[in-house]
Design a protein around this ligand. Structure first.
Ligand code: TRP
Ligand code: ZN
Length: 866
């Protein structure tokens, strides 16, 4: 590597801050490229004998330093590109710094930047150091006052955390507003927004009788798309009171939607900043999936107010303390409001498609990482989603009541503090009286455990013995693995499908704590069993169900989730045979089982839609070593065509029964639309009953974006000409509507055609494309890399090249977005050696780039060393 790169930081090296802060007063003179920030902070010595204060600060020009009112000369402090260091310090002092920053040219979107004409900030994880000099670490908590000085005619809304306490017009004609946040917080939760918005106002009566003002700020003209986010916020506030006994603590809660944002949203105290994609929705422009994702993200950020803000992280290695727990909370919110099974299926998909792949990649890490080069690289599916699975296991081990007692104890002990994952588990342990010492290994051990199951029925003794083994393979980051505490939920059924009355009941949890363990049950006749119900632990199950078992269990299962899970097992068994060239024919059981499910009127339509969806490319990749990915793509296609061939008539009938009526947004209509879309796509793929010819007509008749997108997807896999026509029509209707056009870019990027490379080239000059906007880049290049499997994995390497060139370009614009997009390129270990070589040569080329960011450096260097 040419450039010098940041070295790793280690969890084991944590040291307490030697100086802490009290009041922090920030004054912003918003003035484009020359924005001035004055920071007056009260410091006090926290560790006896400490005499050196190192502040973080980057991408700013330091103009002045004052200690207790006396301006320091250049020899009285040390400054580097990243730090400002002071020595010989009194017990307590007030430090003032003045610096200049440039939000206009800030394309990294960290710190203060401009998004479509509005000033906004993103400080997590380490963006605050781009705003002013400060100890940019989560265990330094201050009480913030923010003054914003700006031209109110251009920026009518000047916002920051807490309550607005003053507004005045200065002699210059500029406006000065002052915000005070009464809650001490780490600087990553600081936010400032200045812009011209439309505001949706509402209020919420909290359970203790306080009236909380709610404000949602959107680009002018977008008020009509803000209602659903506001309704979601109110639902989240009510739910957190009911389920967790947690009430909001300020008098005002604000959400601002911006178009330029690196992630989904950010939980800044009292002033959330959201990617507009995670706020705006109406029936014409957003799908049901968008509505549900908005509900969950609005909930997520709101729930952070307690799990993240009131109790925060001691250091960034503890990120899962707030993220795993808050994801668990937002999942439960969505599950309490909607379908538990369908939500669970979606959560499990994320684990199997993304988290397992991450754990098998050079970026493998425990939910609490031990070593980090670039913190931005650790906002991962492991920390978030596997972290939530770990909390979910705790919840299932403790039960709701004990878990809630643990939460209450956690807040009682740690409110207002910056703490660790161990502190959280301690609270759960102390509240429940359970010994969680082995359970804690889930925090420090990476990798996906494989649980193998074998069974033996003893006719004479009338006993069933299940033997479970667990094995976690070495990962790239960690060789030695110990047995974990793995709760395995199981249900037993007699061979006629009735729940089996064994000792311990028809439904049980097997607590696997050793490498190998046997469980014996008294049982008068042989039984079938359904394993890992609810995905009770984030593991891979190694158990080959026979076709007879599956065709008994799928209809018999009393759990909707488990029905889906078992159906996946049936598909996967034959998909894997096909990929390996071992398939002679599909078994009759597949069609039999599906026909029965399609005929079952009592089945939730949304569940049926999930059952009709064959396992994804990414989840299948997990079953192979050095596989030609085109074989997986072909196996999926043949299975889908086979399904329509076998059950086309039933499918067609179900599809017709699910035909759209007038649009309504409610659970049963969402379910109906999803079944209509899923069956349409299958039928179109096999062109059943010439359905492709009707797509144009359906498209013209559609009155909502969910149906329109289903139709476009169906056209994309059936008739290329119809697809092109409809896409042109879509472009005409929606050009200039940024969020809607992202869907169009994504559909283009996912087309399996040899013209994809010229198409993507042309699309970069489309008026709605913009390299500086992460949503656009993700829609075009991210969707290509993640979902256009056939073209991304071409044997000539053009797919890999396209993505690596985009990453090269993005490295200079926005390192965070570039580093997220490299994920599909560094997860090459399951691919055949030819493709591995092609990818490695792209990584090699990227590694030699001038000015390679630490974000990319960390991922590429780990990959090339693996
Ligand atoms: N804390 C945010 C969340 O979970 C995540 C986030 C938003 C973020 N923006 C970011 C993380 C930028 C890193 C960088 O909701
Ligand atoms: Zn979060």
């Amino acid at each position: 590597m040419k450039t010098e790169h940041a070295s790793a930081q280690y969890l084991k090296d944590y040291k307490k801050p030697e100086f802490l802060v009290q009041n922090v007063v920030l004054t912003f003179y918003l003035d484009g490229e020359n924005t001035k920030v004055i920071n007056t902070t009260e410091y006090y010595r926290a560790e006896a004998g400490a005499n050196k204060l190192v502040l973080n600060g980057e991408h700013q020009q330091l103009e002045r330093v004052e200690l207790d009112g006396r301006q320091l000369t250049a020899s009285e402090y040390q400054i580097t590109n990243e730090t400002l260091t002071l020595t010989d310090l009194p017990e307590q002092f007030v430090l003032t710094t003045e610096s200049l920053i440039d939000p206009v040219n800030n394309t990294a979107l960290e710190g203060l930047y401009l998004s479509g004409g509005a000033y906004c900030t993103q400080c997590e994880a380490q963006g605050f150091r781009r705003i002013t000099y400060f100890q940019d670490r989560p265990d330094v908590l201050g009480a913030f006052t923010t003054h914003i000085i700006a031209d109110k005619s251009m920026y009518p809304h000047l916002l920051s955390n807490g309550n607005k306490v003053a507004e005045e017009t200065l002699p210059s004609g500029l406006t000065k507003v002052t915000w005070v946040d009464p809650f001490k917080k780490p600087c990553y939760l600081f936010a400032l927004v200045a812009g011209d918005f439309d505001v949706l106002q509402d209020s919420f009566n909290s359970r203790s009788g306080r009236n909380i003002q709610l404000e949602l700020f959107v680009d002018k003209g977008n008020l009509g798309r803000a209602e659903h986010a506001m309704a979601s916020l109110k639902a989240a506030m009510a739910w957190d009171e009911q389920r967790f006994s947690l009430e909001y603590d300020l008098d005002i809660y604000m959400i601002v939607a911006v178009d330029f944002f690196n992630m989904g949203a950010m939980e800044n105290k009292g002033l959330n900043v959201f990617n507009s994609k995670c706020v705006l929705a109406d029936r014409e422009s957003a799908t049901d999936a968008d509505y549900l994702s908005i509900e969950s993200i609005v909930g997520h950020e709101y729930f952070h107010n307690w799990t993240g803000n009131r109790v925060t992280c001691r250091d960034w290695f503890q990120l899962s303390l707030k993220e795993g727990l808050t994801v668990f909370r937002d999942q439960e919110f969505s599950m309490d409001l909607g379908s538990r099974a369908v939500n669970r299926i979606q959560q499990v998909r994320i684990m199997r498609e993304h988290q397992f792949a991450e754990d098998a990649s050079p970026m493998s890490h425990p939910i609490r990482p031990d070593a980090v080069i670039e913190m931005n690289n650790f906002y991962t599916v492991t920390v978030y989603d596997k972290g939530a699975e770990v909390i979910r296991m705790l919840h299932s081990i403790l039960g709701e009541d004990k878990f809630q007692q643990g939460m209450a104890l956690y807040f009682e002990r740690f409110d207002g503090q910056a703490v660790t994952c161990d502190d959280f588990v301690d609270a759960m342990q102390d509240a429940s009286g359970l010994d969680l010492s082995q359970f804690r290994l889930w925090y420090s051990q990476s990798g996906t455990p494989v649980v193998s199951v074998s069974s033996e029925y003893n006719q004479v003794a009338q006993t069933l013995t299940l033997t479970l083994q667990q094995m976690t393979h070495a990962t790239f980051d960690q060789v030695d693995k110990a047995p974990l505490h793995i709760p395995v939920k199981i249900a037993f059924y007699y061979q006629d499908g009735q729940p089996a009355e064994l000792t311990g009941g028809a439904e049980q949890v097997l607590n696997l704590t050793q490498a190998e363990q046997s469980f014996t049950f008294a049982c008068k006749q042989p039984v079938y069993f359904s394993l890992l119900r609810d995905f009770s632990a984030p593991v891979k199950l190694n158990y080959q169900y026979s076709d007879a078992e599956l065709s008994c269990l799928i209809p018999a299962e009393t759990s909707d989730y488990a029905k889906w899970e078992l159906m996946q097992n049936l598909y996967i068994k034959y998909l894997c045979q096909d990929v390996k060239g071992e398939l002679t024919e599909y078994p009759v059981e597949i069609a039999q089982v599906l026909r029965a499910l399609l005929a079952d009127e009592s089945l939730d339509k949304a569940l049926l839609a999930e059952i009709l969806t064959v396992p994804s490319f990414s989840s299948l990749l997990e079953y192979f070593e050095q596989v030609n990915p085109q074989k997986i793509i072909r196996a999926r296609q043949s299975l889908q065509v086979y399904l329509v061939d076998q059950i086309g008539d039933s499918l067609y009938r179900v599809w017709q029964q699910a035909t759209p009526t007038d649009y309504q947004y409610n659970a049963s209509e969402i379910a109906r639309r999803s079944l209509w879309g899923a069956s349409l796509k299958l039928l179109a793929m096999a062109n059943y009953a010439d359905i492709g010819e009707q797509l144009g007509e359906f498209y013209q008749g559609a009155d909502n974006m969910t149906d329109r997108l289903s139709i476009l997807q169906a056209a994309g896999v059936s008739d290329k000409n119809v697809f092109k026509q409809l896409m042109d029509d879509f472009d005409q209707s929606w050009r200039g509507d940024s969020l809607v056009m992202d869907k169009w870019f994504a559909l283009q990027a996912k087309q399996d055609t040899d013209e994809i490379f010229t198409n993507i080239e042309k699309l970069q000059s489309h008026p709605d494309f913009n390299w500086n906007n992460p949503n656009k880049v993700r829609a075009l290049f991210g969707q290509f890399a993640m979902f256009n499997h056939a073209q991304f994995h071409r044997s000539d390497g053009r797919g890999y090249q396209l993505v690596s060139r985009a990453i090269e370009k993005l490295n200079a614009i926005n390192p965070q977005v570039a580093a997220r997009m490299i994920t599909p390129l560094i997860q090459y270990h399951k691919l055949d050696l030819g493709r591995q070589t092609l990818i490695k040569s792209e990584l090699q080329r990227l590694s030699a780039l001038d000015g390679l960011s630490s974000d990319l450096y960390e991922k590429i260097s780990k990959s090339l060393a693996s």
